[in-house]
Design a protein around this ligand. Structure first.
Ligand code: XMP
Length: 598
């Protein structure tokens, strides 16, 4: 069987490369740099991923000239990999001249083997600071963007190629063609690999891992943990898997009852509900820093595990803990050797890592992406009411309910003239910060608020330009509606906590938004729609942010464009809720924003 090796420089999209290659019918595996020489033996080609480091840093992941000189098969470098290829073979790299994030237009100069089948100008997705300014000897420039002369290069003789853009993400529409060209035509791989028998493979793996031990499985009501749980039950039988649903007090409206009823109807009555909302909400109340929140939630979950283990201790300590962790959860926590920390997921706290070391952790779907989990769920016969739910993060509403310890004023934001253009747009800077991701690294920066009559196309352009050019801004939101006579400059970020009342307000707003967009999900390709409560006070109430995004798996995302009439109706309904003064619409893609605000 033909095999492609993907060398992981710690990029967030490394597994997307692997999956794209598998979807082309070619087996692929991800390998650490340290094992590159050994594990790439017998491969048909290698792909070097993107990563958060700069090749100019002494301790960044490296491959030297001799590695490439000895290589007998083709190589493709992507983003960091492209720069590494150029650097190792004697090209020149310039650090951070221009920060290029988001969409760019690729102008193709040589539509040869790597870029064959593409138009002369193709939209691509980029996220980088360093730039290749001179290719190594023997390489030709294949394509450029406005900000990056060497956006693709190749040495057809040695079959080495590099692309600065990311062909593996969905926002590079013809990216798959580039990967197909490399894998099928440059490397000559045959499409013989198929994942059809995945259910059988997962079941075997679970049995091998469990070695007869029973499993305490944490279910959250979401798609991932439900599919993983059902898979575990299929592998080990109902008697050996005990589902535990922890009510953290951070769930959506009516979540607990709905989930329990749905599962019971499917015959899964082996799920206990534990109400531990006090132990989550108590310690979270005064906390606003995102990583602290996640730690507290992780610890509260661990306290529940300890409690559970204790109550099962009569059965010995050979219990395993089951979780529905999926791949993005591990990579964004710095789960691979070179990945930068974006945010900590509660299913990767030290106590869980300890269980992992003791071989007491079972995560049946930890290498899958959300859409693959759904496919698997369909094969397992789960209904649309479960599989069609919009993704909801483990830490729940805690990361969508923002709090802050002091009052702060909103200030006017001066946009550079080239950004403002002819549009009658006013911009403001919110003092509160949210999490973002740029160039594979985490940011924690401010949000710009735009007001004025703007189309989504204009908002998209403004949003990219602002986050590219103004370093302190990683997110842009548009003011859809506010109470009459409410003025942005008089609105204030107010001292606030994570209280029951604020969570109830957010739950109400979230339920209102979800109901209103139900019919728009397919039409607007909405993959997820977080609703955020922001302590931005205009008169008596706060601000709700709606964040509909389209995505394939949450790794990258585009903000969705809701049609104006339903959006206006939704804003009116939200303003009818007592305690809500204004509605903002997040118009940031990922990168540079993340999907959640935190
Ligand atoms: P971000 O905000 O990083 O989110 O762009 C990407 C996707 O991951 C979800 N998410 C989580 N899911 N536990 C989860 O199960 C978590 O701690 C967590 N944090 C983020 C998020 O909702 C989005 O779908």
């Amino acid at each position: 069987m033909d095999r492609i090796v993907i060398l992981d420089a710690g990029g967030q999209y490394t597994h997307l490369i692997a999956r794209n290659v598998r979807e082309l019918g070619v087996y692929s595996e991800i390998v650490e740099f340290a094992a590159a020489g050994e594990r790439s033996k017998g491969a048909k080609g290698i792909i070097i991923s993107g990563g958060p480091r700069s090749v100019l840093e002494a301790d960044s992941p490296r491959l030297d000239r001799s590695f490439f000189e000895k290589l007998r098969w083709p190589a493709l470098g992507i983003c960091y990999g492209h720069q590494l290829l150029a650097y190792a073979l004697g090209g020149e790299i310039k650090p951070g001249l221009i920060r290029e994030y988001g969409h760019a237009a690729l102008n193709i100069r040589k539509p040869g083997s790597l870029l064959r089948g593409l138009g002369r100008r193709e939209p691509v997705w980029v996220s980088h600071g360093d730039t290749v300014v001179r290719p190594p000897e023997g390489f030709q420039i294949l394509a450029s963007t406005a900000d990056c002369e060497i956006a693709a290069m190749g040495d057809p003789h040695r079959k080495f190629y590099g692309v600065q853009f990311h062909p593996e993400v969905i926002h590079t529409p013809r990216g798959k063609q580039v990967l197909r060209n490399f894998v099928r035509h440059v490397c000559g791989c045959q499409p013989t690999w198929s994942a059809k028998r995945q259910v059988g493979k997962f079941v075997r793996e679970i049995r091998e891992k469990a070695k007869g031990r029973p499993v305490l499985f944490l279910v959250s009501g979401g798609v991932d943990s439900t599919v993983a749980f059902v898979l575990c039950v299929k592998a080990l039988g109902r008697k050996r898997v005990q589902g535990i649903y922890v009510d953290t007090g951070l769930m959506r409206k009516d979540e607990t009852n709905l989930f329990k009823d749905r599962m019971a109807r499917l015959g899964y009555d082996n799920i206990d509900v534990l109400d531990r909302s006090d132990s989550f909400l108590g310690p979270l109340r005064h906390v606003s820093e995102p990583e602290r929140k996640r730690k507290i939630i992780g610890e509260a979950f661990v306290a529940v595990y300890h409690e559970l283990f204790k109550s099962w201790s009569g059965k010995g300590d050979s219990w395993m803990l089951g979780q529905g962790t999926i791949y993005p959860d591990t990579i964004e926590s710095g789960g691979t050797a070179h990945a930068a920390l974006i945010k900590t997921h509660h299913n990767r706290v030290p106590e869980i890592q300890e269980l992992q070391k003791q071989d007491r952790l079972i995560e049946p779907i930890h290498q899958l992406y959300k859409d693959e989990v759904r496919q698997l769920g369909r094969r397992l016969g789960l209904p649309k009411t479960i599989l069609g739910r919009l993704p909801f993060p483990g830490p729940g509403l805690a990361i969508r309910c923002l709090a802050t310890s002091k009052d702060q004023a909103v200030s006017a934001l001066t946009l550079p003239k080239e950004i403002r253009g002819q549009l009658g747009v006013s911009a403001y800077r919110l003092p509160v910060r949210s999490v973002g991701v740029q160039g594979d690294s985490r940011t924690y920066a401010h949000t710009a608020v735009l007001t004025g009559r703007l189309s989504f196309a204009q908002l998209g352009e403004l949003s990219s330009a602002i986050t590219n050019k103004i370093r302190e801004i990683n997110r842009v939101a548009w003011l859809v509606a506010s109470r009459p006579d409410a003025d942005v400059l008089q609105a204030r970020i107010v001292r606030s906590e994570l209280t029951h009342a604020r969570l109830d307000l957010l739950r109400e707003a979230d339920a209102t938004v979800n109901e209103a967009i139900e019919n728009l999900i397919a039409r607007c390709e909405i993959w997820q729609c977080p609703v955020v409560l922001l302590p931005l006070r205009w008169r008596e109430g706060e601000t709700v942010v709606i964040r509909p995004v389209s995505s394939r798996d949450g790794m990258t995302a585009n903000f969705s464009h809701l049609p104006s009439a339903p959006l206006r109706r939704l804003a009116r309904r939200l303003l009818n809720i007592r305690g809500i003064d204004a509605v903002l619409y997040d118009v940031t893609n990922k990168p540079p924003g993340t999907i959640e605000w935190e």
